[in-house]
Design a protein around this ligand. Structure first.
Ligand code: GLU
Length: 417
């Protein structure tokens, strides 16, 4: 058997090719979509606290802008590499198209370990990165946002640096900003909120009761921790969570607020009072109704997918499931809500934030949340209908919906000949 494909860029190229063929589209759709329209590699020099200069490797990928400017986060992580950033930008194109947002896909990253940087170094890195990519981004061209290990403060530094370069405030350059400089209410929780909405809709279709549903969350960052909290608020029982340092398991359920507090104090969920430690492998194999992978790519693989006992997998992370694992889960009747739908709440509220910036008129949290809810439900239903009609996985259905939309835009714009 061929080695399992774990290069996310190769994986997403396969997904696009499959959708183009299934839709009977012109081969040029694949030729255009199989790579980013533009990919920039930059050196990101940073003056360190000890006076030395370190040069980090940065990237920005603009996959496709047929339906609107590119949109997507910036990841600060030691393992960031070119093909990962490219794949993440393709996923953004698909995600925006599934939600019907007027955006194409973009993504950026810097290979660095933010946990080892001082606050000053992190600020200089954020400013240096946005300066390095400033020629190709902009409120009408490409709008960065938070992703793994980046947050509202980092977005604020980038907004300030870009505004200084352009000699005017440019709040529409970046989303996920602090509220005081044009951030949107509800943005911080949006990825998790959207994910939980799709899980709730899936549970309705499958006849699963959310109240009391045993929920397991892999990764306890922004998306994972808030998803745990929102599941708990809906009456689900959060029985296990983990982070890079280990896991916490309690079959009677744990309070996500208390878990967040414990993590803030000790930097990990490990040793949460009342819990027992659990390995990542055992956590993914727990008896439960809902499993939320909220960490990085390639977590569910051919090695562990057969052990998954969850009824619903809601992918809060990008690319957590390899194609081989996806097949296994499908065969075993696990309902997988794919990343490009399940975690699209983040970019959807980023869109709302950008609209508010352009209008200079701001919405209440209720307005944001109810618009998000409407859009997530309608995207879920579009994908679900395609899944039923074509008898394909939810992931394949999402790609069919998205690739068709992007192809239509490229066709009317005259890109396809
Ligand atoms: N990084 C998030 C994602 O992967 C959000 C992107 C955005 O808000 O532009 O969807």
């Amino acid at each position: 058997m061929a080695a399992e494909q774990r290069n996310p860029f190769k994986i997403v190229q396969g997904q696009i090719r499959q959708a183009v063929e299934a839709l009977g589209l012109e081969p040029s759709v694949y030729e255009i979509m199989k790579q980013p329209l533009r990919f920039l590699e930059v050196a990101v020099p940073v003056k360190m606290d000890d006076g030395s200069v370190r040069v980090f490797q940065g990237y920005r990928s603009q996959h496709n802008d047929a339906v609107g400017p590119c949109k997507g986060g910036v990841r600060f992580h030691p393992d960031v590499y070119a093909d990962e950033v490219k794949a993440l930008s393709v996923w953004m194109t698909i995600k925006c198209a599934v939600l019907g947002l007027p955006y194409g896909g973009g993504k950026g990253g810097v290979a660095c370990n933010p946990k080892e940087l001082s606050k000053g170094e992190l600020e200089r890195l954020s400013r240096s990165y946005i300066r390095a990519i400033s020629q190709i981004v902009g409120p009408e061209k490409d709008i960065p946002a938070p992703d793994v290990y980046t947050n509202a403060q980092i977005m604020a530094w980038m907004t300030d640096e870009y505004s200084q370069i352009s000699q005017k405030n440019q709040f529409g350059i970046v989303t996920g900003k602090p509220i005081i400089i044009g951030g949107s209410l509800g943005r911080n929780e949006a990825t998790a909120r959207g994910c939980v909405i799709t899980i709730r809709e899936a549970a309705k279709k499958l006849g699963i009761e959310i109240r009391g549903a045993r929920t397991v969350v892999q990764g306890f960052g922004n998306a994972g921790s808030i998803a745990a909290k929102l599941m708990h608020d809906m009456g689900a029982k959060v029985i296990a969570v983990n982070d890079t340092k280990g896991g916490a398991y309690n079959p009677n359920g744990m309070d996500p607020d208390a878990l967040m507090k414990h993590k803030a104090e000790t930097s990990s969920v490990v040793n949460f009072p009342g819990s027992t430690p659990i390995s990542n492998r055992d956590l993914l194999a727990l008896e439960c109704e809902v499993l939320i992978p909220a960490a990085l790519e390639n977590q569910l693989t051919s090695e562990n997918a057969a052990d998954v006992k969850a009824k619903i997998v809601g992918e809060a992370a990008n690319g957590p499931t390899t194609p081989e694992a996806d097949e296994t889960l499908f065969k075993n009747g696990v309902f997988v809500i794919p990343d490009v739908l399940a975690n699209a709440g983040g970019v959807t509220v980023s869109y709302f934030e950008w609209v508010q910036n352009l209008m200079n008129f701001y919405w209440t949290e209720e307005e944001v949340n109810s618009k998000l809810e409407r859009m997530m439900i309608s995207a879920f239903n579009a994908v679900y209908e395609m899944h039923k009609r074509k008898n394909v996985k939810m992931r394949d259905a999402a790609y069919l919906v998205a690739v068709e939309r992007v192809a239509n835009a490229m066709r009317v714009r005259g890109w396809l000949g």
